[in-house]
Design a protein around this ligand. Structure first.
Ligand code: FAD
Length: 415
């Protein structure tokens, strides 16, 4: 019999176990993988952007689903508290562009090490390679109590408080296979539809494949929907071409912000590769390049205007002979190049699968959860934290902050 049994040794589960153990509670942390924090390890391209150094208004502006639900949790354990927690636990950090906070070592494994060290120091009992199969529930509906969990092999673990921190369904190889949603169903809790968030987009045009790996640092990206082509979203920043379509920060954010429109396809994307120049200014620049180019070939001049992997694609799209001398390029061909640089159009067919999404949107409905304790309102002794909940945010360290804040809120309020 434990005071607290936490299912899921990811970001939220480890932080909750640490917080509860600090209060002197006996804690068991159960993880089905052979090690803790498998998803945490791959975050931030292996560098782990573990929070965002920002004030509450910035944090809440970056939360897409149910920011109000997170008020209490975030004010209790803000980004600043998170940075202090890790610094005090021995992890030096650094803040980069846009407030993104990383370990100074650039190693996500250091974040995991610090949490593991705390778990050991506080005497948390850890069971690896152990899968929770179901909840132990007793009582009639309306007065149900969760008494613990059943493990593989039918072993029963009893606890006064049962915390579910099993994550979502994206990147299932990390262990996040949606088991927590099954547990919520067993407890009769309402769920909202699961869908991919912060996910790359597939496009119809085959030529993107020829530009795969090409990253544009300062592109303006516009999204249009439906027959009338009304503008539904616009952003500026970094994007990337892949073998199936487009990705990178601007695209991932759009996939969450306008996910409902994107999921049925029929969305047109326009990429402006020269957003700092108007059509007129760009035309003047092209005239200058082509005039100064003289007898140089069209393809050579394009290298001054575009990253090299984009040159063959633009040659093919303009239809201009690549070996034509610059001073023979016609006005029509020049305008075609200008229009493509200002407006490269792609048709989005939909997001790549949930498996490859950075985050799972949807989950246990926040209506079912008390935001001041993370306890299921209908069930005594049962709590949900982290990505299993219907909350999600944009990139920048905000999703991990949701995991930390909900975990601390839960751990601090258990007695
Ligand atoms: C590629 C990638 C990069 C990312 N980068 C960032 C980033 O830089 N910054 C950021 O803020 N967010 C990032 N995220 C999002 C972030 O990783 C998640 O928001 C966060 O990990 C959620 O934490 P969690 O503890 O709720 O769930 P998870 O980290 O998914 O942990 C859940 C754990 O529960 C275990 N589990 C599941 N079912 C059971 C069961 N039945 N029994 C026992 N154990 C079980 C799993 O094995 C897993 O270890 C990234 C996500 C991905 C996929």
């Amino acid at each position: 019999m434990y005071d607290v049994c936490v299912t899921g040794g990811g970001a939220a589960g480890m932080m909750c176990a640490v917080t509860a153990a600090k209060k002197g509670l006996s804690v068991l942390l159960i993880e089905k993988n052979e090690k803790l924090g498998k998803k945490l390890f791959i975050t931030g391209k292996g560098r782990c952007n573990f929070t965002n150094c920002c004030d509450p208004d910035v944090f809440f502006a970056n939360v897409i689903s149910n920011p109000k639900f997170l008020y209490s949790a975030f004010y209790d354990f803000s980004s600043y508290d998170c940075i202090s927690f890790f610094e005090e636990s021995g992890l030096r950090s650094k803040t980069e562009r846009g407030g993104r906070v990383f370990p100074a070592s650039d190693k996500s494994s250091d974040v995991i090490k610090v949490l593991e060290k705390e778990l050991r120091r506080l005497g948390v009992c850890i069971r690896l390679n152990t899968e929770v199969k179901e909840l132990i529930l007793s009582g009639e509906s309306g007065e149900k109590t969760c008494k613990g969990v059943v493990l593989q092999g039918n072993e029963r673990v009893m606890a006064r408080h049962t915390v579910i921190a099993t994550g979502g369904i994206s990147y299932p190889s990390t262990g996040s296979t949606g088991d927590g949603f099954r547990f919520a169903g067993q407890a009769g809790l309402e769920m909202t539809a699961l869908r991919p968030g912060l996910v790359p987009l597939c496009t119809k045009e085959a030529f993107v494949k020829d530009m795969q790996g090409l990253s544009l640092k300062n592109a303006e990206v516009r999204f249009f929907k439906g027959k009338e082509g009304s503008l539904i979203h616009k952003d500026f920043g970094e994007m990337l071409f892949t073998h199936f379509g487009i990705s990178g920060p601007v695209i991932l954010s759009a996939s969450s912000l306008i996910g409902e429109d994107i999921k049925d396809g029929n969305v047109l994307v326009e990429i402006d590769l020269k957003p700092a120049l108007t059509y007129e200014q760009l035309d003047k620049r092209l005239v200058r390049e082509l005039t100064e180019g003289g007898k140089k070939t069209f393809k050579n001049i394009l290298k001054n205007l575009l990253p090299s992997s984009a040159v063959p694609v633009f040659i093919s799209l303009t239809g201009c002979d690549p070996d034509k001398p610059c001073n023979e390029v016609s006005k029509k061909e020049r305008h075609s190049l200008r229009n493509l640089l200002k407006c490269l159009s792609l048709t989005v067919t939909g997001p790549v699968g949930t498996d490859e999404a950075i985050i799972t949107r949807g989950g246990v409905s926040v209506k079912e959860i008390d935001p001041s304790t993370m306890k299921a309102k209908k069930i005594k002794g049962l709590y949900f934290i982290g990505e299993v909940l219907d909350t999600d945010a944009l990139t920048g360290g905000f999703n991990l902050q949701i995991a930390w804040s909900t975990a601390v809120k839960c751990g601090r309020n258990m007695t």
